[in-house]
Write a protein that binds this ligand. Structure first.
Ligand code: C5P
Length: 232
């Protein structure tokens, strides 16, 4: 794997309280990182102009907005994100929502990633919310619906990647958080995998936050993970 290919596989989650801290982190990481995830916390603290700025500076941007609304609203919001120059956008894996997002890409390079079932949900949470399926069944059902809706990828844990690759074929992008280098603090993640194993399991991109952003030397931490990806 070339260094560029490895770099494109690493997405650093900018889970930081403000734009100033995020901008500082991007400066520290420099050319070691080319792909950033901006989620709801930062978006609601002024992160959208930063997303535009990063895209304008040649970085790839993953806007983790988890859209879900009526199709017209989802389509119009997706078109706005496409216009910002983002590379990935998340939506919840409801068929209407996925189709609406997919229909609104125009000539942009934006790719839609579907979130099947939040990892904080277990079978009893789904039952309480009125679903007739357990987590495993609902994930598989929504994954197939994602394929049918033509979305580009799924967010999933690295443990689910082999089954999903078998179910969905080679073209679906599999993007996995819950990645920890050997020996790293796992924080609140419950099921973690090393970068090399996640790649071997079929992940196309890894989302890594705290092992890099909370490291005393974020750039060295990113470079170590890139070396592991490249060697996978
Ligand atoms: O700091 P850490 O590496 O755990 O960050 C992982 C990122 O991936 C966070 O932005 C988190 O919100 C996100 N994420 C996750 N698990 C999911 C979905 C998203 O950790 N199931």
């Amino acid at each position: 794997m070339t260094p560029e290919t490895a770099r494109d596989k690493l997405i650093v989650a900018l889970d930081l309280p403000g734009v100033a801290q995020a901008r500082e982190m991007v400066a520290v990481l420099g050319d070691s990182v080319s792909f950033y995830k901006i989620g709801m916390e930062l978006v609601y603290a002024g992160g959208l102009p930063l997303a535009r700025e990063l895209a304008g500076a040649g970085k790839k941007v993953f806007l983790d907005l988890k859209l879900h609304d009526i199709p017209n609203t989802v389509a119009r919001a997706t078109a706005q994100v496409a216009e910002m120059g983002a590379t990935f956008l998340t939506v919840h894996a409801y068929p209407q929502t996925m189709r609406a997002a997919r229909s609104a890409l125009g000539g942009s390079n934006l790719k839609i990633l579907a979130v099947t079932v939040m990892t904080s949900y277990d079978d009893s949470d789904l039952a309480a919310a009125g679903y007739a399926y357990g987590v495993k069944e609902l994930v598989a059902r929504r994954a197939v619906q994602a394929l049918e809706a033509g979305v580009h990828g799924l967010i999933l844990s690295p443990e689910e990647a082999p089954d999903m690759r078998a179910l969905l074929g080679p073209d679906m992008l599999l993007v996995t958080p819950g990645v920890r280098p050997a020996g790293a603090d796992i924080g609140d993640q419950k099921r973690v995998m090393t970068p090399a194993r996640a790649i071997a399991n079929g992940a196309n991109h890894l989302v890594v936050g705290r092992p890099i952003t909370q490291s005393p030397d974020p750039r060295a931490a990113a470079l170590a993970i890139l070396a592991e990806i490249a060697g996978a």
